[in-house]
Design a binder for this molecule. Structure first.
Ligand SMILES: CSC[C@H]1O[C@H](OP(=O)(O)O)[C@H](O)[C@@H]1O
Ligand SMILES: Nc1ncnc2[nH]cnc12
Length: 291
């Protein structure tokens, strides 16, 4: 399976990852465009880490303006095998108050203006999203969070809205009634693209607010999110450090098949594939395209 390289995508409030040794920074260009920022390479213990802040340093990019394809392609290009994606989120349950870490295991995609696949005209592929999160990776994240005494919930449904506005109360109540546990604006299409790129993926969603469904709570605003994020961020960094310290040196087979997601996924007949499209799939689909 080769060596494991742990990618970390930082969300709102997480624009760097202190504690990396042998730190270096590199701008990695992708055939899908420019990633949100330079990639930062380093180590924690024996584990190689690649860090990318999805909104860019200074939080320049809104959820709809992030080039998710470039971010995931760049991570794949530099050898990342597993991604832990950090996200601030709202909660739909009184039992998941601000400060709770939810290790998400399912997503509902309500976004509508983002490129959500590396494939398309010239090379069509359909990967499974039935189990979008790597169960082993998620368990490692949850164990690290528990070891750092963070309040953790294992499993949860994350609904991803387009934003940048927060939801209306009617929307919030619908998502809650649908069985969603948390809400954010960025886990999709990140999780879909990681799957297409055969990178094992997990989201560590950090609750900052109760969105706006609860008549007894203040409605969410940026100040509330940022205030809670300040407390969450330090704990998140400790969780990541522990996760990295205990991370296997070799990539593990994913029980949900994320390391082989493209086996049998490409529909377009070899003779009907577009060479230009294939060229830009060199990193994402090189294993199955033989590039
Ligand atoms: C700052 S409030 C809304 C903002 O926070 C979340 O960001 P991220 O998922 O990158 O941590 C949410 O998705 C919105 O982008
Ligand atoms: N309530 C909320 N809705 C969407 N994104 C969020 N990020 C943090 N809180 C959020």
């Amino acid at each position: 399976m080769g060596k494991a390289v742990l990618g970390v995508i930082g969300g709102s409030g997480v624009y760097d990852l202190p504690g990396l040794t042998d730190l270096r920074e590199e701008r990695v260009e992708s055939p899908f465009g420019s990633p949100s920022d330079t990639l930062r390479f380093g180590r924690i213990g024996g584990t190689e880490i690649v860090f990318l802040p999805r909104h860019g340093r200074g939080h320049r990019l809104s959820p709809s303006d992030i080039n998710y394809r470039a971010n995931i392609d760049a991570m794949k290009r530099v050898g990342v095998t597993d991604i832990v994606s950090l996200s601030a989120c709202g909660s739909f349950h009184a039992e998941l108050p601000p400060g709770t870490f939810v290790v998400v295991d399912q997503y509902i995609d309500r976004t509508y203006r983002r490129d959500s696949s590396f494939f398309g005209k010239g090379c069509v592929a359909h990967v499974s999203m039935a189990t979008p999160v790597g169960p082993r990776l998620a368990a490692r994240v949850a164990e690290a969070a528990e070891a750092e005494a963070a309040p953790v919930r294992r499993g949860g449904v994350y609904v991803c809205i387009e934003g940048p506005q927060f939801s209306s109360r009617a929307e919030s109540l619908v998502y809650k009634a649908m069985g969603c546990d948390v809400i954010g604006m960025t886990a999709m299409p990140e999780a879909k693209l990681a799957r297409e790129a055969e990178i094992t993926f997990a989201t560590l969603a950090m609750v900052t607010d109760f969105d706006c469904w609860h008549p007894g709570h203040d409605v969410v605003d940026v100040k509330a999110v940022v205030d809670v994020m300040k407390d969450n961020v330090e704990r998140a960094r400790r969780v990541l450090a522990r996760l990295a310290r205990d991370f296997p040196a070799e990539r593990e087979a994913c029980p949900a098949g994320s390391h082989r997601a493209l086996d049998d996924a490409i529909m377009t007949a070899p003779g009907a594939r577009d060479d230009e499209v294939l060229a830009r799939l060199d990193a994402v689909a090189g294993r199955v395209l033989g590039r």
